[in-house]
Design a protein around this ligand. Structure first.
Ligand SMILES: Cc1ncc(COP(=O)(O)O)c(C=O)c1O
Length: 478
């Protein structure tokens, strides 16, 4: 075993694997010995550490030994009150965060462009959400975050709110320093909960944005698997507020599997060791390598990179590369050409293509650049689409629901033509991408302005999440 790796859970698993023990326990693949023929070679190594709560391997739901040790190292590295491994992603982290802090009927201030796990949790809890519309960056036409002014106004209007739920950074990497927002919210005795799914690497400090952990938010959830070398579904939940520990620990074992994956947990242990071992020197090497790569991309004819935010106090996470066409080619068309040359991107929308860089040097830069150049030459005139080009005009800023989540559960749902929805209560969210901000949330009254906004985005070429036919909207029956 590599003696340099300081990851106690990973080491304990390897130690167990090396014993070549006989398995009469779950899982059914018995250390990989029983498996579908022909597929073993792909899974083989991983299955050897895919075990269960055996002696010496601790228990995530009552950690006393190696998992406790690994989580202590995580806590120490991120400098929190307490940090935890999550095996069901930031999805479960967000759900646990809300169940631990909010009760039925309580008011919660929510950044409107939040992940669905936040909305699902609020609906199941039966909380009373108040939605705050985020700012939008005009270069990418994507949602960024809430301004200090908006938050200050919201806490003044809703002094009894239990919590403010923020998403920082955005999917595209726009991030702001949350310190002054956290201070003003805390001074009103309101909790600050942050979905930092895309910011597990922010602990590295400059030039990466500041983590909400160091702005003293109460709970922060990070998808380690998104930007650190951890397995999919591996996330971290961090607490800065001691008073919340007991409830968090209760809900962690309510919502997470009672058979948490050891390969995922060990990868979280290793990912912490990986980022912790990035000395300033190593960090600089990575940053210089990224900068060189971006310069080469920037020099390619037909594309440009978005490197700065033009609205508000945001910076773009250096791990995110936003590419736009200079020839009115849509993000989707660029993404498709890249794929034809084996380059898979994180996402595309009508205007942008998003790449997430590795937290490591990019070694094969010349080869990648060559492929991209060839790929772009292949964009045929038929692939050209009108580029998404608009100044975002905010229509809704602070909104409440017309009926509670509990009431929504009782009502039946019907479908109405777009123009016949005005005055009815929406039973589904309508979310154009970009900018990824729900125009309509379930439970909101549909006003004429919102129908106009939907038509506007439709004409701009936005795609609507989960909706191929936008002639109708689901509404609650009266
Ligand atoms: C902002 C945000 N929050 C939460 C999630 C869910 O995270 P996970 O995939 O770790 O469950 C995502 C996933 O894309 C996300 O973008």
């Amino acid at each position: 075993m590599n003696e340099i790796i300081n990851a106690p859970l990973y080491r304990a698993l390897v130690h167990h694997m090396e014993k070549k023990s006989i398995s009469f326990h779950v899982p059914g693949h018995k250390n990989g010995e029983v498996f579908t023929m022909g597929a073993e070679s792909v899974y083989e190594n991983l299955l050897k550490i895919d075990v269960t709560e055996l002696n010496g391997l601790d228990d995530l739901h009552d950690p006393q030994e190696v998992i406790k040790e690994a989580q202590n190292l995580l806590t120490k590295y991120y400098k929190t009150e307490k940090s935890y491994f999550l095996v069901n992603g930031t999805t479960v982290g967000n759900i646990v965060m809300l169940f631990s802090t909010v009760n039925a009927g309580e008011v919660v201030l929510i950044q409107r462009n939040c992940h669905k796990s936040i909305l699902n949790a609020l609906a199941i809890i039966g909380a009373t959400p108040v939605f705050l519309s985020p700012e939008v960056d005009n270069t990418t036409v994507t949602a960024t975050g809430l301004s200090y002014k908006q938050v200050k106004e919201a806490v003044k209007t809703y002094p009894k709110a239990k919590a403010l739920v923020l998403t920082n950074p955005s999917y595209y990497g726009y991030a702001q320093d949350l310190t002054s927002i956290v201070e003003v919210v805390h001074s009103n005795d309101i909790l600050v909960l942050v979905d930092e799914a895309h910011g597990a690497h922010f602990s590295l400090g400059d030039p990466f944005p500041k983590s909400a952990i160091y702005s003293k938010a109460d709970i922060i959830v990070q998808s380690a698997h998104k930007t650190l070398p951890a397995m999919t579904m591996g996330s971290y939940l961090h607490i800065n507020n001691k008073e919340l520990i007991q409830k968090i620990e209760y809900y962690l074992q309510v919502f997470q599997s009672s058979s948490p994956s050891y390969p995922i947990m060990a990868s979280l242990d290793l990912a912490r060791d990986y980022i912790q071992s990035l000395t300033n020197e190593k960090k600089l090497t990575i940053i210089l390598s990224h900068q060189a790569f971006k310069r080469k991309l920037q020099a390619i004819e037909g594309i440009k990179l978005v490197t700065k935010a033009v609205n508000g106090n945001y910076k773009i996470d250096p791990l995110k590369v936003i590419i736009q066409s200079t020839n009115k080619i849509s993000g989707y068309a660029i993404q498709k050409c890249f794929e034809a040359y084996g380059i898979y991107t994180e996402l595309a929308d009508p205007k942008n293509v998003l790449l997430i860089l590795p937290l490591a040097q990019i070694n094969n830069q010349e080869d990648i650049i060559r492929k991209i150049k060839t790929a772009l030459k292949g964009v045929k005139a038929s692939n050209r689409e009108v580029s998404f080009n608009t100044d975002y005009k905010e229509i809704h800023s602070i909104t409440e629901l017309a009926i509670s989540y509990r009431e929504m559960e009782k009502r039946s749902v019907t479908e109405r033509l777009l123009e016949k929805c005005i005055g009815h209560i929406a039973a589904e969210a309508i979310v154009p991408y970009p900018p990824g901000i729900p125009v309509i949330m379930p439970g909101e009254i549909i006003i004429e302005e919102k129908i106009n906004e939907i038509i506007f985005w439709k004409n701009e070429g936005a795609r609507f999440q989960g909706k191929s036919n936008l002639n109708t909207i689901k509404v609650f029956a009266d």
